[in-house]
Design a protein around this ligand. Sequence first.
Ligand SMILES: Nc1ncnc2c1ncn2[C@@H]1O[C@H](COP(=O)(O)OP(=O)(O)OP(=O)(O)O)[C@@H](O)[C@H]1O
Ligand SMILES: O=C(O)[C@H](O)COP(=O)(O)O
Length: 400
Amino acid sequence: MSAFRTLDDAGALKGKRVLLRVDLNVPMEGGRVTDATRIARVVPTIKEIADKGGKVVLLAHFGRPKGKPDPKESLKPILPTLSEQLGRPVAFAEDCVGEAAAQAVAALQDGDVLLLENTRYHAGEEKNDADFTRALAANGDLYVNEAFSAAHRAHASTEGLAHRLPAYAGRLMQAELDALTQGLEDPKRPLIAIVGGAKVSTKIDLLENLVAKVDMLVIGGGMANTFLHAQGKAVGKSLCEKDLADTARRILAKAEAEGCEIILPADALVAREFKANAENETVRVDAVPEDAMILDVGAASIATVDGAIDRAATLVWNGPLGAFELTPFDTGTVAVAQHAARRTKAGQLVTVAGGGDTVAALNHAGVGEDFSYVSTAGGAFLEWLEGKALPGVEALRAKG
Ligand SMILES: Nc1ncnc2c1ncn2[C@@H]1O[C@H](COP(=O)(O)OP(=O)(O)OP(=O)(O)O)[C@@H](O)[C@H]1O
Ligand SMILES: O=C(O)[C@H](O)COP(=O)(O)O
């Protein structure tokens, strides 16, 4: 039995306004969705509620607009893909609270679907502010949380609402927790983690606990640059959070104390422009030119990571090893993803990966279907792996 209430416990939904928190923080380029995995994974729940006669009111964030409206972080460009995936029209309201939201919700017929604008357009969202939560709750009779990938945030729409309305876990939330528990509660060892990507400041702290849980930790992507800088290497114009050098050094020391092998890139593909097919060269990480930036790991690093994967029985992965959206800086991520997929198919490795861009990268490498489990969650998945309680999940449990 589930530890919290699910849609099965929600009773009749006909005519009910269901505030459904989903994660639509999907990769976009030129105003178009480039990977629809997160959308596709919530479609069955939206359909289920709509088919039962519920009025589906979707709540979601996009990007990090810092508490005020920013057209660059609007959810509106996601509507066509959402509606296409659902196979039915989706209405849109320019605000998630106030008059615009109230009118759009009042216009819903049973079975209709409405998307409200980015919850992070309001400072109250990230502050989990009581008045803002109340304003969101005004548009719903019940709350369903389907956003496992945002459950590590104690925000109004991911946590606060569960205390204001009858609250239930959505199908995807349930499935993610079940799959991660099954696959990783007692993982086969050696256990290797790959952490890359660009969200350095919000993920670096996770590594401190992670080194106590995993046998090997590969650090790639933008995250690696901060560690290379902490080791005294010049990283030129690379994405690097220099003020986190002390944190990086602390993590390296803890890894050593815990017996966790840290694998950092030894070589890198560097360029002077952040664009596809920019002129590039492979250099050792202690010879990055001042005016260049690291955009991918080099061939020697790929071989090292592949070798480490060969020694592992379980792989967990969040964050691409390079700027995979731009050729040829997808080389490292694609090569390692394909290597891990081959070993998975041969029954030699259990592979669990997660994250909006990580899933897009695996699909780009053509191996999205080959991993043992692909989670929609990135940061949330890492926090879950650390053994941390996720506020969005806990708030549902408290209602159980
Ligand atoms: N060396 C690098 N320089 C700049 N950007 C990089 C580099 N390596 C990776 N990236 C970028 O990192 C981004 C993905 O990072 P991110 O941490 O958001 O991963 P994610 O899988 O989406 O996880 P989450 O779901 O937590 O957001 C990609 O857009 C990629 O281009
Ligand atoms: O993409 C994610 O990991 C989630 O949507 C959470 O986004 P955040 O890191 O901006 O809170």
